[in-house]
Design a protein around this ligand. Structure first.
Ligand code: NIG
Ligand code: FE
Length: 483
């Protein structure tokens, strides 16, 4: 499968392309003649070849226009269709409009085109998970039981458990083992409708083990249908061999790891766990400033368990996003709004940690901070892999509307990855990534989070999930390795 790779962590410039990958978007093959409107067609130079057509969608959520009044920006089309060429959308409209365009010779359907009949279904853009810790070995079920008995997450970490126990298991695992685990996890996510996944390192915490994790991420990106956006999180915890010597570890991060990750082009973003007992605001600033000098985009685990001021730091450093924000204060929100730093909220984590407190999503929206929701999938603080489940929790515990949570898991999440020009909405020149849900309307998505309602998934114009089952050819068979 032809895959896009990244090289540019800049905030709004989208991704530059390297390594023989094909571009989609503004310079794609359809530039000459594609539609300029979601429901109007302006063919200029002969018919456009369509090799993928999704038609008859009962309800098509395009998220085309941020300011659209229609269902608060969902850009709903009743009985909609999407046509694509080589993985890029060429037109979105009502089925009648698209059919007319075929009749008028604006489009021609290739003989071997794939046609997906989505009658009666809800179709959305492919879901984007903008924050995961997918590369790890070893689950932590015993820690879960300890927490149920009252042990606190940070205490467990301070006693050498938590993240550090996952670090031990991840260091022991080979690249191949981590790869197979990653494939299984990405399959689970794809089955739930996720077509783009941000993946952090952070369970290696030595130069070699972090590089190993990021190489696994790169290989996953090449071999799995989902796009993998890698983030270097070497500053996830202080490894045991540097206990009591944070400065020594920061030195390794800054003078060895970050340069190496940059040289091998293994990450788009650099992230830091800015938290009491982990990295202070000042230490985070030093690590992230160095990453910025190397051209990485920045992310911060900010104000998650204590209000340290990570959100303000994110604004100061022009980070792409500040994530978690359970404890963020008004000042942090204002600074983020001013600099348009995306807030990536992870309500599954509050839920999984049995916290009463959730990030102040409503205030964040009111102040005009761009909003994304993500899973935070990891073995310690959230084992959720389904974005529709996260949507449900966000509605119930953060007071968000179905419209808001759907936008936050599509275009909002794309923005938090600097990819809003490429994915996150269904419009001409964007990637033909779509999810077909077996439900009549978007209201069902957060409401029926207890079951997987995904019927089909289309990744760049190819069907990768059909009738709820994976259909892409996996080079290594499913191993049930994720146990
Ligand atoms: O986002 N906060 C830090 N990192 C993860 C948890 C990682 C772990 O416990 O293994 C998080 O919650
Ligand atoms: Fe996280």
């Amino acid at each position: 499968m032809e895959k896009r790779s990244f090289s540019d962590g800049s905030r709004s410039g989208g991704s530059k392309l390297i390594g023989g990958s094909r571009s989609f978007g503004r310079s794609g093959p359809t530039e000459e003649s594609s539609s300029t409107e979601s429901s109007g067609f302006t063919g200029k130079s002969g018919p456009i070849e369509v090799d993928f057509l999704l038609k008859n969608a009962g309800s098509l959520v395009t998220i085309k226009d941020e300011d659209d009044d229609d269902a608060k920006g969902l850009g709903l089309i009743t009985d909609g269709s999407v046509a694509a060429h080589e993985g890029v959308i060429v037109a979105v409209g009502t089925t009648a409009e698209i059919e007319k365009a075929f009749k008028d010779g604006v489009f021609v359907l290739r003989n071997d085109a794939t046609v997906f009949d989505a009658s009666g279904c809800l179709v959305t853009p492919g879901l984007v998970d903008a924050h995961t810790h997918l590369i790890f070995a070893g689950w932590r079920a015993e820690e879960f039981a300890l927490r149920l008995k009252g042990a606190s997450y940070l205490d467990i970490l301070a006693r050498g458990g938590g993240i550090l126990s996952t670090v031990r298991a991840t260091r022991r695992a080979s690249e191949d083992e981590l790869f197979l685990l990653g494939m299984d996890r990405l399959d689970q996510m794809l089955l739930c409708g996720t077509t783009t996944v941000e993946v952090k390192s952070g369970y290696g915490l030595s130069t070699e083990d972090e590089i190993k994790s990021l190489r696994v991420a790169a290989r996953l990106g090449r071999e799995h249908p989902a796009d993998v956006i890698p983030t270097f999180l070497g500053a996830h915890a202080i490894p045991e061999e540097y206990a009591g010597n944070v400065e020594g570890y920061i030195e390794v991060l800054v003078s060895e790891m970050i340069p190496r990750v940059a040289e091998e082009r293994l990450a788009k973003f650099v992230d830091v766990f800015c938290e009491e007992g982990v990295f202070s605001v000042d230490q985070s600033r030093r690590i992230l400033s160095s990453a910025k000098d190397y051209g990485f985009g920045l992310k911060i685990h900010a104000d998650e368990l204590s209000p340290l001021g990570g959100a303000v730091l994110a604004a100061e450093l022009d980070a792409v996003s500040a994530d978690h924000l359970v404890m963020v204060d008004e000042r942090g929100i204002r600074y983020m709004a001013e600099k348009k730093v995306s807030a990536v909220l992870l309500p599954g984590t509050s839920f999984f940690l049995a916290m009463d407190r959730y990030a102040p999503a409503r205030r964040i929206i009111e102040e005009g901070v761009p909003l994304a929701l993500a899973t935070d999938f990891n073995p310690g603080t959230c084992t959720i892999q389904s974005l529709p489940l996260v949507m449900g929790i966000a509605c119930l515990r953060m007071g968000l509307s179905p419209e808001e949570v759907i936008k936050a898991c599509t275009l909002g999440a794309a923005r938090a990855l600097g990819m809003e020009e490429e994915i996150g909405s269904l419009e001409a020149k964007k990637a033909a990534d779509m999810v077909v849900f077996d439900v009549p309307s978007f209201h069902h998505l957060p409401y029926r989070f207890g079951a997987n309602l995904v019927k089909g998934v289309i990744k760049r114009g190819k069907i990768v999930v059909k009738d709820g089952c994976l259909t892409y050819a996996r080079s290594q068979p499913g191993t049930r390795s994720d146990m």
